[in-house]
Design a protein around this ligand. Structure first.
Ligand code: 5AD
Ligand code: SF4
Ligand code: FES
Length: 348
């Protein structure tokens, strides 16, 4: 019965809401999971072989004007030591990354209004000029249409902005009133319209999340048709209103990764750091459930620990080269290999 739902998903790349809920409910069933993972891996294999794409992540600032209830970088967290990287430091991170074989740079940060549009376009165009053939990905939150456009014209190619939850009522339980699910979705539409390769996603097991919400997330993603989807388990941060909430499930995250692979056969699907934080083998398991991207950290070690969006984040003491080799070994141990490539999504 459930296996036939998986077969339908494989053939049609979509289920209806009640079918998604029915399927997700089985995430703890080993036999069903194995069946699902096997299909997800076969599809990933068909499009990408055993190649794993990699991106160099540069965490440019941990300042944020927002107050998402789940995130350690929220403005009201007065205990964290804030930092910002200047243009030279960001370029030096990219330089090191290039030497290490990265061909995509991801600039990630909180919503930090210290960086004006002019400063950001200057940083992006400098990277573009230094590395004409690399992809530049931004993950800097909500901005106006005009700013997204200016950054695109300066040379950015991709933008990551998780929708967090597609359900408006659930969104309001995770964020203060200034942020809305509607605006987030509008930003995603704008990014798409401008021409960015767009990534969205959500946390698995965020407080108050139900299977119904997850089904709505999957339907939203099916409608948006993003090139990338980032999902990872929710992990509480001790200085947030959600400090005492339950963490998300690794098993459920893997199950959803596999569903996403069947829904979007060529999607770029990272096996996230959050997965590796909750389970020492989490990132390997993510790949074995259908993911095809890993995103090691290129930020200077001096600031790593300060970019703690959740507790016990891994890789905060390691140099970029150490993470690179560590991930190479990990991928090899399961029969995959990290490639030197921009890692664009294949077109079907
Ligand atoms: N646990 C897991 N993921 C988190 N994020 C923010 N806070 C947490 C947390 N406590 C995720 C959000 C955000 C991304 C940058 O990190 O989904 O979009
Ligand atoms: Fe800021 Fe992003 Fe954290 Fe929200 S999730 S507080 S927008 S860094
Ligand atoms: Fe960073 Fe293993 S990937 S230490």
């Amino acid at each position: 019965m459930i296996k036939s739902l998986i077969n339908t998903l494989e053939q049609r790349h979509i289920l209806d809401k009640s079918e998604f809920i029915e399927l997700i409910k089985n995430f703890e069933n080993q036999e069903i999971s194995d069946y699902l993972f096997k299909k997800a891996v076969a599809i990933r294999q068909k499009h990408y072989g055993n190649a794993v794409y990699t991106r160099g992540l540069v965490e440019i600032s941990n300042h944020c004007r927002n107050n998402c209830y789940y995130c350690g970088l929220r403005a009201e967290n007065k205990k964290i030591e804030r930092y910002r990287l200047d243009k030279e430091t960001i370029l030096a991170c990219c330089h090191e990354g290039y030497q290490l074989g990265f061909r995509t740079f991801v600039l990630q940060g909180g919503e930090d209004k210290f960086y004006t549009e002019t400063m950001l376009t200057d940083i992006v165009s400098s990277i573009r000029k230094a590395y004409p053939y690399c992809a530049i990905t931004l993950s800097l939150g909500e901005m106006s249409y005009e700013t997204y456009l200016a950054l695109y014209q300066a040379g950015a190619n991709r933008y990551l902005l998780r929708h967090e939850t597609a359900n408006a009522a659930h969104y309001a339980l995770l964020h203060p009133a200034q942020l809305s699910e509607k605006n987030r979705k509008q930003c995603l539409e704008n990014l798409k319209k401008i021409g960015y390769q767009v990534g969205t996603g959500f946390m698995v097991g965020s407080p108050f999340q139900t299977f119904e919400h997850l089904a709505e997330d999957l339907l939203f993603i099916a409608q948006l048709q993003p090139q990338m989807v980032g999902i990872g388990p929710f992990i509480p941060h001790h200085q947030t209103p959600f400090a005492d909430k339950e963490k998300g499930s690794v098993q459920l995250t893997l199950f959803l990764l596999a569903i996403l692979r069947l829904m979007l056969p060529t999607v770029l699907l990272p096996s996230t750091t959050a997965l590796g934080t909750l389970d020492p083998q989490g990132r390997e398991k993510g790949i074995l459930a259908g993911a095809n991207v890993v995103m090691p950290n290129l930020s200077p070690v001096a600031v790593r620990k300060k970019y703690e969006i959740y507790d016990n984040k891994i890789c905060t003491g390691e140099e970029a080269a150490e993470c690179k080799f560590c991930l190479h070994r990990r991928m090899e141990s399961i029969g995959y290999r990290i490639v030197v490539d921009r890692g664009d999504a294949k077109t079907k």
